[in-house]
Ligand binder design. Structure first.
Ligand SMILES: [Zn+2]
Length: 429
């Protein structure tokens, strides 16, 4: 508290000096002597004029935060013990978990369909707001853990001090600095994600799926496929997208949340060695000459069994509340994303790529050692003819069991696969 009073005194003195300076500049338009050079110093150059206006920034932010909170109070659906009690309980539990002295206010707001949530405050009051399209996912027939992750992420922002007023002033200033500002914001987001993970590790797949695929399709987004692409996708343009983003890109975020041994990446992508599964597709940074032909892909896909035999048709796209599905959610979103049995992968010493003579040869006529689509049929027999216990199309394999069946102390996503070379073992380009 003494620090608080000190900051109040400093603020009052600072604002008084600022107001007095402005008043003097207005009241004494033509001073003489030292005062004249002071006036010239204060008014000359855009830099100094900007500095003179700087004290306005905290005031503007203060008003903006007051109005934002007032909007919640005026139009938001406030979570209470009788209104969305499940969500409110998550907020209260998060506050207790992270050692907040007071329970923050919590609101559900209509976000025009946008999947988003935020935390803010006014004075010493703090609140979280969850857009309705995101909040919906927390229903008991949907994915309450995903909502728990999001709520703990937002309360985590409060617990970590990210929404404190003066920090907000500083953050607003720093955000105008290219590279540095967004990097600070991304670091804060990783911190908040850590809070979400701490309370709801099983909500990670749902939260990432929700953000990446929307509120229905999100249940089918494969977390491992998203996370592994953070390790594979590279290039300057990709990094430019990352560097300008206020939030970590979703592939990097998934990667940081899945593998808890390393902090989230701020500027440089994770190493390819941190991928958990073999790569199936060429990456966007590889030249198109390494990309498969349509016939190759169709042939490869035709060789694959339907991913989930017996699954109802509606399970392919979108899951709806109140419908019971035969395939568990985690079986889809935590499955091995590699569609070919790894034991049948061609050896690393496969012959080098030879350009096909015709523009669009049939599959198999010009094997490309670097492409999984071109694997010779003899080494990659039709599904079922040589069952591989580790095939992603069989029942969940022993190397990647469904969540909970083989807990790994480091991660809720099961043990990491062995270090067998990736299928096709394409060198990084
Ligand atoms: Zn956040």
């Amino acid at each position: 508290m003494p620090l608080l009073w000190l900051s109040v005194v400093l603020m009052v003195v600072g604002y008084a000096a600022w107001v007095a300076t402005i008043a003097w500049l207005v009241a004494v338009p033509e001073p003489t002597g030292d005062a004249a050079s002071l006036r010239a110093f204060l008014l000359m150059g855009p830099g100094n004029q900007f500095l003179m206006l700087l004290p306005l920034l905290p005031f503007i932010l203060w008003v903006a935060r007051a109005l934002l909170y007032a909007r919640m109070r005026a139009s938001g659906v406030q979570m209470t013990p009788t209104q969305f009690p499940e969500g409110y309980r998550m907020v209260v539990e998060a506050a207790q978990r992270f050692g907040l002295r007071r329970v923050p206010d919590a609101y559900v707001v209509s976000g025009g369909g946008e999947i988003n949530a935020f935390a803010s405050g006014h004075g010493f009051r703090r609140f979280v707001a969850i857009n309705s399209d995101l909040f919906e996912v927390g229903g008991s027939t949907r994915d309450p853990e995903a909502l728990r992750f999001v709520i703990n992420h937002e309360v985590g922002h409060i617990a970590a001090g990210h929404v404190s007023f003066w920090r907000g002033v500083a953050t607003n200033l720093i955000m105008s600095v290219p590279l540095l500002g967004p990097a600070l914001s991304r670091a804060q987001e990783y911190t908040a994600d850590n809070h979400g993970y701490d309370a709801a590790p099983q909500g990670v797949a749902g939260a990432i799926g929700l953000l990446a695929g929307g509120k229905y399709l999100g249940a089918q987004v494969n977390l491992h496929a998203m996370a592994d692409r953070a390790a594979w996708e590279t290039g300057l343009w990709l990094h430019l997208v990352v560097w300008r983003a206020s939030h970590p890109v979703l592939t990097w975020r998934a990667h940081a949340l899945r593998d808890r041994r390393l902090p989230g990446r701020i500027m440089v992508k994770p190493s390819p060695a941190t991928a958990w599964f073999p790569r199936f597709h060429p990456t966007g940074s590889q030249p198109s000459t390494t990309w498969p032909y349509p016939a190759q892909v169709l042939e490869a896909m035709n060789r694959l069994e339907p991913r989930y035999t017996g699954a109802a048709a509606e399970e392919q796209f979108g899951r709806y509340p109140g419908v019971s599905y035969s395939v568990s959610r985690d079986e889809i979103r935590l499955a091995d994303p590699t569609p070919v049995p790894r034991r049948l992968a061609p050896p690393r010493t496969a012959p080098p790529y030879a350009a096909p003579s015709s523009a669009n040869p049939p599959y198999g006529s010009a094997p490309d050692a670097r492409s999984p689509y071109a694997a010779p049929s003899s080494t990659n027999p039709p599904y079922g003819s040589a069952p591989d216990a580790r095939s992603p199309y069989a029942a969940p394999s022993s190397t990647n069991p469904p969540y909970g069946s083989a807990p790994d102390a480091r991660s809720p996503y099961g043990p990491m696969p062995d270090t067998e070379p990736p299928y096709g073992s394409m060198p990084e380009q």
